[in-house]
Design a protein around this ligand. Sequence first.
Ligand code: UN1
Length: 508
Amino acid sequence: MTVLVTSQIDGTPAGGGEGPRLTSTNPARTREVVAEVALGDADLFVAACAAARRAQPGWAGVPAPVRGRAIGHIGRLVEANAEALARTMTREIGKPYREALGEVREIVDTCDFFLGEGRRLYGQTVPSEMPDKQLFTFRNPVGVVAVVTAGNFPAAVPSWYLVPALLAGNTVVWKPAEYSAATAAALYALFQKGGLPDGVLNLVLAGGDATYQGLAGGLAAGLVDKVGFTGSSAVGARIGELCGRHLQSPCLELGGKNPMVVTPSADLALAVEGALFSGFGTAGQRCTSLGTVLVHESRHDEFLDRLATAVSSAAIGDPFRDVLYGPMLDQRFADRFEEYLDWIQPHHTVTGSPHLGRIDATRPRPGFAGDPAEGLYYHPTIVAGLREDDAIFQNETFGPIVGVLAYRDLDEAIRLANAPGYGLSSAIYTTDPHDAFTFRRGIGAGMVSVNNSTSGAEAHLPFGGNGKSGNGSRQSGTWVLDQFTRWQSMNWDYSGHLQKAQMDVAEL
Ligand code: UN1
């Protein structure tokens, strides 16, 4: 029996009747249907925003420590249901099961972190320049938060929005990617079970246009106070423009062309391992995936050889097995990746795999452990001999492909690392602290790893990017509370007469 996944407004299924349907299939076995998804329209999106608006004052009136307890319950429920949630994720988007379990762990970590923040939503008491007057600050919830998320991290990344937004007293409308709707529905059910009152968290399943129109409608009607978006830079720019028209600044977490620099002093074995995981893990479908490795010219050839050897023996296939990566997320990502492969130029050296493109009967991969006829599997590809103006050097490719380029000195490496104009994650492999700190200062990225992967952010450090990777907003840790609360100041004059600021300043 096929599961029908619908939107949920006010704790009740919505939009499941008429209207377009999408079939969510298993990318490792494309004939296997995971769920039928009932897609809502812009009106449904706006209705969800209205429900969230109605529920918001009541939720904000719940003491923050009690909201924190609800977050704690949700964390325990997610933990208790980790395997089922991870299995759904692996079936629906082909993420290797071990990684999917890790992703679920990230939700639990986020809940654990914010459970206590309910008791720490501190304001301040501030001295006044006048006697018998006291100043205060408070953190207020923003109101209704509309969250639109991608399907490559269909559970952890949404939780980075949902958990702090709810903890801070906001109500939420969450629009996950359609192709990860079954995972989203499973996560939504756990949040509801955690004890959220109806209308506090609403789930909307909708296509891209309906979502954009719904956001526009919600903003125009004054029903959306903050937008959180994780996805491509192009869509992020459209959402940023839309929000700007309503004088709002969204939280944007966009793409990346994340560089890794390998310096002369690097431990090469470690750097190869890091590049393999960052570039090819999750089939390169993380916003933090490695794009280009910049290797000092004295180590370039050796690094390239060693990376090619590592890639040629990497385990690829059925995501329920112990593999480095499984299939692409869904057909659209596979199609787009094929277009990126067209960027490969005759002057490039392609290595790491005997074939380019889809793993199938005509392009087999030795040791491959999957169903090539029915799975969206792709060969891993290393492209060397890049030039700075190559499309493949400049743009995010979101697939199992890594570029390699030689550099002469660290200044040049930093310049090349910044050249594509993204600024999400980055890494340097070195044993020289001077190089590590020079890189940290020079790189435009929001996140820097030393001797570690570009991907794999922990749930309590600020996560986010600059340039084409975002508008400087940060998620995770206490930093994200700046997105979901607004400071309010208060002054209280108990002198019994009007004291005028700047005019009645107390003299010594
Ligand atoms: C993303 O791909 O949208 O840093 C986020 C990481 C993850 C988050 C990736 N924890 O790899």
